[in-house]
Unconditional design. Structure first.
Ligand code: NZQ
Ligand code: ZN
Length: 388
């Protein structure tokens, strides 16, 4: 194990019906004027919008709203949110939605007190000194943004998708009501599940020795997530299955499973270029990139891939060579994604080979990356070729 700090201040409020407590949660934390931030309309169709308004009103809070966050959220709407918060003297930001809404809320929260342009944070040109407090009502298990300090935003001027991470952006509370997930469309169930699995795998594939405790938490987490994903796909009304996936999605990305080890994150880095350029769901891009990354890097530490194959994918240890076992584990990952009707090759998502140079250049514009194996321009090209 290596040295680490683990910090996660977000209060989790889990259970059916609990989104009705949202107004009270903000009131008791001193919020008075709320920005109610949401996505493209699912919360209006489901009736959640009215319930949130009602809860805010009941708690005596006044609020302004800003909907219209799109998947792979845009910096232009963030700028609009910052203007609105300043005009209206907002003192609390409430995100009701998935990762895109939460990340947009975090960007608004950080931009509120910054004199320059909010994109500076994402270019690493500035560091937030202060931010508005944030609360979350989660409607889809996927990104894990509800307990983290990370925000991923797309600048439509050039299709750059970049992240900014600060402890100031960690939500004060996150309400997880599994009932709210029952309306999530099939393709988003799949993409979200792939993202959750990927968040564990990014941490699991490490060369740090002696990490048994967290390894075994990761292995159990991956097995459970795969099981729950299949269950919710089959029976989206099954709240117990949603409960498992929702809590699993939060634990997968709350930081715990990355403690004491060097983490990888190369697949995420490469994927962000795909979702920025082609507008695909982040989890869909990961279903394509992650297996390709695995095929490219497994020889760096075959033992870790054998451990994954045997303990997570139940690959028979009596295979003749380590390599065969490792490769079988990787094909199990692909098969799992396929079983969720996700593409596992670029062409299956309608993506050709013309933009490989641009994608690789953008992925590397802040230097090499990846904790398991250092990835540079040529490596990204090779991984994209494995994925084509
Ligand atoms: O916008 P609405 O109409 O609400 O519809 C959304 C959206 O179209 C829909 N949806 C969400 N909950 C629903 C629902 N539809 C019906 N019923 C519900 N209960 O689902 C669609 C996708 O929403 P989105 O928020 O984009 O999904 P997700 O949670 O997967 O977030 C993806 C974003 O998070 C970023 C990704 O890059 C991507 O931009 N990530 C953020 C991370 C972080 N902050 O730590 C880490 C992740 O690795 C990831 O990069
Ligand atoms: Zn992710």
């Amino acid at each position: 194990m290596i040295a680490f700090n683990y910090y996660n201040p977000t209060e989790i409020i889990f259970g059916r019906g609990r989104h009705e407590e949202v107004g009270e949660q903000i009131r008791k934390r001193g919020g008075k004027k709320v920005l109610f931030h949401y996505g493209g309309g699912s919360i209006k169709r489901s009736g959640l919008y009215e319930q949130i308004c009602h809860s805010l009103e009941e708690a005596g809070l006044s609020f302004v709203e800003l909907g219209g966050v799109r998947p792979n959220p845009r910096v232009s709407l963030v700028r609009e949110g910052i203007r609105l918060c300043r005009e209206e003297n907002v003192d609390y930001v409430l995100a009701v939605g998935g990762g895109s809404v939460i990340d947009s809320a975090k960007a608004i929260s950080a931009g509120m007190f910054y004199a320059g342009d909010v994109w500076d944070f994402y270019l690493r040109k500035a560091e937030a000194q202060r931010a508005l407090p944030i609360g979350v009502v989660l409607t889809i298990p996927a990104a894990g943004s509800e307990t983290g300090g990370g925000s991923v935003i797309t600048n439509e001027d050039g299709d750059f998708k970049r992240d900014y991470i600060s402890n100031l952006l960690m939500p004060q509370f996150a309400i997880l009501n599994p009932e709210l997930c029952r309306t999530v469309p099939q393709n988003q169930i799949s993409a979200g599940s792939a993202d959750i699995l990927a968040h564990v795998m990014e941490r699991y594939f490490t060369n740090t020795p002696r990490t048994d405790f967290i390894d075994r938490l990761c292995e159990g987490a991956m097995r459970s997530v795969m099981l729950s994903a299949v269950r919710v796909k089959k029976t989206p009304d099954d709240c117990d299955a949603w409960s498992e996936l929702m809590w699993g999605g939060t634990i997968a990305h709350c930081g715990l499973l990355g403690t004491g080890r060097v983490q990888d994150w190369a697949s995420h880095n490469i994927e962000h270029e795909l979702s920025a350029k082609y507008g695909i769901a982040h989890g869909t891009g990961l279903a394509i990139i992650f297996p390709a990354w695995m095929k490219y890097v497994y020889k760096v530490n075959p033992g870790r891939f054998v451990q994954f194959a045997v303990r997570v994918m139940d690959v028979d240890i009596s295979f003749d060579s380590q390599e065969e076992i490792a490769l079988e584990g990787i094909s199990c990952v692909e098969n799992f994604f396929r079983s969720l009707d996700l593409p596992v090759r670029l062409h299956e998502a309608g993506i050709g080979t013309d933009d490989f140079d641009e994608l690789a250049r953008k992925a590397c514009d802040r230097g090499t990356f990846g904790g398991f194996m250092k990835i540079g321009y040529d490596d990204v090209i090779s991984i994209l070729k494995f994925a084509q």
